[in-house]
Write a protein that binds this ligand. Structure first.
Ligand SMILES: Nc1ncnc2c1ncn2[C@@H]1O[C@H](COP(=O)(O)OP(=O)(O)OP(=O)(O)O)[C@@H](O)[C@H]1O
Ligand SMILES: [Mg+2]
Length: 417
């Protein structure tokens, strides 16, 4: 079926795959020949131009005036979904922003495939929202409505880790009990599945899926934790007011979280910062904060912190160049500091896997393989701690950014083929 696609709308990156008869599932090129489109939108302030993906990040970093949005998926199922952000002097509802992005994904995939996609299997995390089934349902319904508005006549959902399992299964020779660990930008999702070439041919896979689990922790949470631990103190987090009280912290939390950075540019936030400035015991760090807000450099700083996190997957320490905040300012971050900042998040992720094993009634020693996918599966501490739960399992590396989209494409062919 060429009019069915698999659509992986990710917190950080999105892909679209298709699976045609007698050909392996393939991802469609979405930007500059690459199969991923970073889930980013930039609205230019001066004209009605909207850019997406790497181009959006590029326009923002090149200094064009406008509004950058990342981590849109994090809004699904939250009360922020009914809020708006200011775009060219007008209130743009977040829902509309999401619709813009999904439409763009569809249009680019259709352009690349030379076809129209009327049917889609959309990936979804095991939980959009932790421990709130009503909000979780709302998140899926909202995404479904947006996808239908974007022009898909029929859609179905599949758990992202199950999609990754299908992708892995396409390349194995015999039966394995596999824990799929998809550690993305917004969520960590897990499935314990029995996979084999024979089982792959069945249409009903329910008995092969022993358990699913997930938690709303991903790379963007690691960015926030690292930012709060190491970058925000440079801007005044943890400092004191003249009356001895602690500096109010809400603007630092907004700045450290991708989807709330733009809040710091509102008039309301500015007046809070000015009050804090007047009351601060030492204004040097607040000077940096003021400069960052004036230059709309919140995303720039978050990008530096994310870059440091990524560098720390391979290096013991890394240095950030923060000259935009203050001439000559640099910040050195070590792997140990990063590990300490994410320790609690990693512990919650471990608990999620432990619970999943209990739900499945499977001992950790009985699992043959851990299939890692998602960009954040490269974080060394997380990998080590998850691998330690399954001491007999072989660790296999998926296509970190493509497994879900390819697996969704296989599922789309099965469901709509
Ligand atoms: N080498 C690396 N080390 C650590 N983190 C990385 C690395 N490369 C990418 N990341 C992080 O991976 C995340 C993006 O991963 P991915 O594209 O799998 O997420 P996503 O699919 O968009 O999110 P989700 O599935 O949670 O909605 C980002 O937070 C990014 O910073
Ligand atoms: Mg993902």
């Amino acid at each position: 079926m060429s009019n069915a696609c698999g659509l992986d709308f990710g917190t950080s990156n999105s892909t679209v795959g298709w699976s045609r008869p007698d050909r392996p599932a393939a991802l469609l090129p979405l930007e500059d020949g690459k199969p991923t489109l970073p889930s980013v939108i930039f609205f230019h302030a001066e004209d009605p131009l909207v850019s997406y993906g790497r181009a959006a990040l590029g326009d923002y970093l090149a200094g064009y005036e406008g509004r950058l949005m990342r981590s849109l998926k994090s809004l699904l199922g939250t009360s922020m979904m009914d809020d708006s952000t200011e775009v060219m002097g007008q209130a743009m509802p977040f829902r509309k922003l999401l619709a813009h992005f999904i439409r763009e994904l569809k249009a680019r995939a259709e352009q690349a495939g030379g076809t129209t996609f009327s049917h889609a299997v959309l990936g979804r995390p095991v939980f959009f929202i932790d421990e709130d089934p009503a909000a979780d349902r709302l998140a899926e319904e909202t995404l479904a409505e947006i996808a239908r508005d974007a022009g898909f006549a029929e859609i179905a959902f599949q758990y992202e880790p199950i999609a990754a399992a299908f992708d892995y299964e396409a390349g194995i020779a015999r039966e394995e009990l596999v824990l799929v660990a998809d550690i993305g930008g917004g969520t960590s999702d897990f499935s314990l599945v029995r996979l084999s070439p024979e089982r792959a041919r069945k249409s009903d896979r329910r008995e092969d899926i022993l358990a699913n689990g997930g938690v709303h922790i991903g790379g963007t949470d690691f960015d926030r934790a690292l930012s709060l631990a190491r970058a925000m103190p440079l801007l005044g987090l943890g400092s004191q007011l003249r009356n001895g009280k602690a500096m109010p912290s809400s603007q630092y939390f907004d700045l450290a979280s991708w989807h709330t950075i733009n809040y710091v540019y509102t008039r309301k936030a500015w007046s809070v910062v000015m009050d804090n400035y007047r009351d601060a015991a030492d204004t040097a760090s607040l000077d940096r904060l003021v400069r960052l807000i004036r230059e709309r450099a919140g995303h720039w700083l978050a990008i530096q912190v994310e870059g440091a996190k990524i560098a720390l997957s391979d290096a013991a320490s890394t240095e950030l160049d923060l000259h935009r905040l203050e001439q000559g300012l640099t910040l050195t971050i070590t792997r140990d500091e990063f590990d300490a900042s994410i320790d609690k998040l990693v512990a919650r992720t471990e608990k999620t896997v432990q619970q999943l094993l209990v739900d499945a009634g499977v001992d950790g020693n009985g699992v043959d393989t851990i299939f890692f996918t998602g960009g954040s599966s490269s974080v060394p501490l997380l990998r080590q701690r998850l691998a330690a739960l399954l001491p007999q399992a072989r660790c296999v590396e998926g296509d970190r950014f493509g497994s879900i989209g390819s697996g969704l494409a296989l599922d789309a062919a099965r469901k709509f083929g």
